[in-house]
Ligand binder design. Structure first.
Ligand SMILES: Cc1cc2nc3c(=O)[nH]c(=O)nc-3n(C[C@H](O)[C@H](O)[C@H](O)COP(=O)(O)OP(=O)(O)OC[C@H]3O[C@@H](n4cnc5c(N)ncnc54)[C@H](O)[C@@H]3O)c2cc1C
Ligand SMILES: NC(=O)c1ccc[n+]([C@@H]2O[C@H](COP(=O)([O-])OP(=O)(O)OC[C@H]3O[C@@H](n4cnc5c(N)ncnc54)[C@H](O)[C@@H]3O)[C@@H](O)[C@H]2O)c1
Length: 453
């Protein structure tokens, strides 16, 4: 017998959790269904623990910069405080009871198990007990994604790492091979290398961070190589094996050996097990198509990574806010994606917002760009060690607005804030040029780039 509720949320990652909390707080009867941990990837195996690792690795890098700036330094890198912090402060040893309690305190019903559509407005949960819900208002798909593992011969028979095992690592491997030089691969490659691992990155395309500006790829590949990471581009693993102790990765006739192998080749939605065909959604689609209010089908909304609009926590939470307002009948503004910000938290951080130059040119806009290198600015000169970076602006010359921007460098993600405002609000570049930027800050490079435009 189906239990009657207002809304069922499938998947309680950042998108589902935010949405379910909003609805429950507003007085709706909401069921949050989660097969793993309430909170999803971000707090347990993603953003938060990985950025704690980055923070620790950056502290080591700053220590190594002391001789160039402030005398001598002796470092003894130790992973145990990092592993401890990931357990104690980030994940509570992968225990979500606090998050479950907070959700229940809002009046939400939490059900642990794997949910699927039993039909329109109907959800079946396979958990400890099988439960069935009839949703009076509708169902929200917020199931995120799964690692998109390439079909490399031999790989499935090995104990390779995804982000889960990398985040759970209690020791630093002597050597690490990373397949995929995207955000996960580049952040974690630098982290483990700074803690002493011998790291090789195999990136299939001709540059790492291939969705960002080529200048960002070049900068990051250069910095990582300088730090001793072997960044190989246009390189794919042809075969992988594991002899019980080490991995062997065959690429271009060569056999690389590594103590651990991290596969970070992207993530994809996994719609098949959700029974979405029962509500008219293609189970083989790469993402759930949504309109501006996150509606995917009558009585069905989708938010977060599963929508394919940018696999970032801030996108998931932004969409969840819109879907919640729509479900509550508040007529929200439609979602906009012209100014999606993203930051790869390497050192230098690579922040970007809106379109890349290539994307803008594809749209046949009258594109003008300007780039300023941080070492050529006053703040970069002062900063000296670790000052790699640049600001790049992509403008529509006819409309006189910025279409996109990149801010790479120390605190590149923070400098991005001003550029995000400019792209989001379509601030005229003439007006931006009349803005004062404090001297000597990194964000003053924006003024110099605007002058160049
Ligand atoms: C290593 C790493 C670092 C990252 N760093 C950042 C960062 O710095 N900044 C940033 O913005 N983003 C970052 N991300 C991306 C971010 O984690 C995701 O964009 C975000 O978690 C997406 O939220 P979501 O709610 O869409 O999905 P998820 O967080 O994936 O949550 C979906 C939940 O649904 C559950 N689920 C799936 N199917 C079912 C089912 N059938 N029934 C019940 N439950 C189900 C899953 O168990 C999961 O808990 C990072 C990701 C990784 C892997
Ligand atoms: N700082 C952040 O915001 C952050 C950090 C980590 C992850 N994330 C999110 O998580 C998602 C997943 O991260 P990711 O790094 O796994 O994916 P990604 O899509 O960012 O990068 C995957 C990389 O793997 C490469 N690749 C694919 N198949 C390959 C193969 N067979 N051999 C070699 N290279 C191959 C791709 O060319 C690409 O460069 C990202 O889309 C990102 O949005 C965000």
């Amino acid at each position: 017998m189906a239990e009657s509720v207002d809304v069922v949320v499938l998947g309680m990652g950042p998108g589902g959790e935010f949405l379910a909390n909003e609805l429950a707080t507003s007085g709706l009867t909401v069921v949050g269904v989660e097969s793993a941990l309430l909170g999803g990837e971000c707090p347990y195996w993603g953003c938060i623990p990985s950025k704690m690792m980055v923070r620790a690795a950056d502290a080591l890098a700053e220590g190594r910069r002391v001789p160039e700036l402030a005398g001598a330094s002796t470092l003894a890198p130790d992973w145990s405080p990092v592993a401890r912090r990931v357990r104690k402060e980030a994940t509570d040893d992968w225990d979500d009871s606090g998050a479950v309690r907070r959700f229940r305190d809002t009046g939400g019903w939490f059900v642990r198990g794997r949910g699927r559509f039993g039909g329109p407005n109907r959800v079946v949960v396979d958990g400890e007990d099988k439960r069935e819900f009839e949703a009076r208002i509708g169902v929200v798909i917020a199931t995120g994604g799964v690692p998109d593992i390439p079909p490399i011969p031999g790989l499935d028979d090995t104990p390779y790492w995804t982000n889960h095992e990398a985040i759970e690592a209690t020791t630093v491997p002597d050597s690490l091979c990373v397949i995929g030089g995207g955000a996960i691969g580049m952040e974690l490659a630098q982290v483990f290398a700074r803690f002493g691992s011998e790291v090789t990155v195999l990136e299939g395309s001709d540059r790492p961070l291939s969705r960002e500006e080529p200048e960002s790829s070049e900068l990051l590949a250069g910095v990582l190589r300088r730090e001793g990471v072997a960044v190989r581009t246009g390189t794919r693993a042809e075969r992988v094996s594991h002899d019980g102790r080490v991995f062997a990765v065959t690429t271009g006739g060569e056999r690389l050996r590594a103590a651990e192998l991290l596969v970070s080749t992207g993530r994809r939605a996994d719609l098949g097990p959700l029974g979405v065909e029962r509500v008219g959604i293609d189970p083989d689609a790469r993402a759930v198509p949504v309109d501006g209010r996150m509606r995917a089908a009558p009585g069905v909304w989708a938010v977060g990574d599963v929508t394919g609009k940018g696999a970032f926590t801030h996108v998931a939470v932004y969409q969840a806010g819109i879907a919640a307002a729509d479900i509550l009948g508040q007529s929200p503004s439609e979602a906009e994606y012209h100014a999606v910000p993203r930051v790869t938290f390497t050192d230098p951080e690579v922040g970007a917002v809106g379109m890349t130059e290539a994307r803008a040119r594809e749209e046949a806009r009258s594109v003008r760009t300007a780039t300023v290198r941080l070492p050529d600015t006053a703040r970069g000169f002062i900063h000296k060690a670790g000052n790699d970076g640049f600001v790049k602006l992509v403008a529509d010359a006819e409309e006189g607005v910025l279409l996109g921007a990149t801010s790479a460098g120390p605190s590149g993600g923070e400098v991005l804030g001003a550029l995000s405002v400019a792209v989001h609000a379509r601030v005229p570049t003439g007006r931006l040029r009349s803005m004062m930027c404090a001297f000597p800050t990194f964000h003053r490079a924006v003024t110099a780039a605007l002058d160049d435009l």
